[in-house]
Design a protein around this ligand. Structure first.
Ligand code: FE2
Length: 260
């Protein structure tokens, strides 16, 4: 069966084709964007949103990381702290020459504003509640969908080689990070000191899900388990004594996801 693609899907293909998909770093982001498109759609569907909102959720899934292509090509890194904020940059790309109107025609100014907000703030610690549209449900859906797939993408081989290539010092969880975790809040990157802290920060993303269905989707897909297992299977982690600490954190989080 030939399923007709939406204009924004065709335009995304065109945009992505300007970059070298044989580069594993590009390929993994393209896969991430398509996966987030599916997850955002599933969340929207399970929230009983109408067709137009479901399409916008899919659009956001595909375009939320649009800034990643140019980020990698200009700075050769996905690390925002040493390059650019990829959420801000993605919003700029969509606004430049009104590109967003070309790929997603026919919306009102307010609808475009919501989509731009959602891209700009998808990667921030918190949504800007004080801004009009800053806490719109589409902004919340894309944050949830992105987080769910981050666990899958980070446990895939090409990334896990980088993330899980650890030294002895990497296998220490800082007290401040552990304390922040048990407050059931997203953890600020500013207090992260080691790779183990980075892992704890990443699993703590799950405290910030906006919707019960997102907890449910993550548990059903098993990505969190996959991600934590990949970490626990690292040679250096096996030699260290943090495995039981990580498992305790993981159980605590699972309990939280089941109950919220
Ligand atoms: Fe992102």
């Amino acid at each position: 069966m030939n399923i007709q693609k939406a204009k924004y899907e065709e335009e995304f293909e065109k945009y992505a084709s300007r970059y070298d998909s044989s580069n594993p770093n590009i390929a993994l982001k393209i896969k991430h964007m398509y996966e987030v498109e599916k997850i955002a759609y599933e969340i929207a569907l399970r929230l009983n949103l109408g067709k137009e909102d479901r399409e916008k959720a899919k659009f956001l899934g595909l375009y939320h990381d649009i800034g990643r292509f140019e980020q990698l090509s200009r700075f050769n890194t996905y690390d925002d702290s040493i390059s650019i904020d990829h959420g801000d940059f993605g919003a700029e790309i969509l606004l430049e020459g009104e590109y967003i109107k070309e790929v997603m025609p026919g919306l009102t100014d307010e609808e475009y504003d919501i989509l731009i907000m959602a891209v700009k703030y998808h990667n921030k610690l918190k949504l800007p509640d004080a801004l009009p549209n800053g806490n719109h449900y589409l902004c919340r859906i894309i944050r949830d969908a992105d987080k769910i797939d981050i666990y899958r993408s980070m446990s895939e081989e090409s990334v896990s080689d980088i993330f899980f290539d650890l030294t002895e010092e990497d296998c220490i969880i800082s007290d401040e990070v552990e304390k922040a975790f048990y407050e059931c809040q997203p953890i600020s990157r500013k207090i992260v000191k080691t790779k183990a802290d980075e892992l704890v920060l990443t699993i703590a993303f799950s405290f910030d899900f906006n919707y019960h269905v997102s907890n449910d989707i993550l548990l059903r897909k098993g990505y969190l388990k996959q991600f934590v297992s990949a970490f626990l299977n690292c040679k250096m982690v096996k030699k260290s004594n943090i495995s039981s600490k990580i498992l305790t954190l993981y159980d605590y989080l699972n309990e939280h996801l089941r109950n919220n």
